[in-house]
Design a protein. Sequence first.
Length: 128
Amino acid sequence: MEEHEKVLIDPTLEGKTREELGLKPFTCTEIRSSIMGILVSITEEIIARTIRRSAEGSFKEGLDNKTSPWNEIVNMTMFNNKKKGKYCDLKMQYKMLLKIMNENLLPKGGGGDQPSLEHRVFLHFFIT
């Protein structure tokens, strides 16, 4: 993205290396920001060290809503029942956690106020 922005500003830079563009070499994906003028960089390694976990693992996208073994587990955590409840059945503290999660941590795309299975699994781990 940085390279693309530099080329948009000056098209003569097309095809140049990151170093020739005046950019730092790419080592890993990172979140960069500035807080009160101090440059901040957050990488996967920093997150793993902060939560005291390994930075290794795999991600499986798209849990199957109907057959996933997670359904009963998260339903017991959130609704104290093996069957999926409704939003109105949630305890107030879980509604608040769900609101914080949806608005700040994992913004939802699309309509509907019911959390996806991925969101409910995340909330299960957050609660427990």
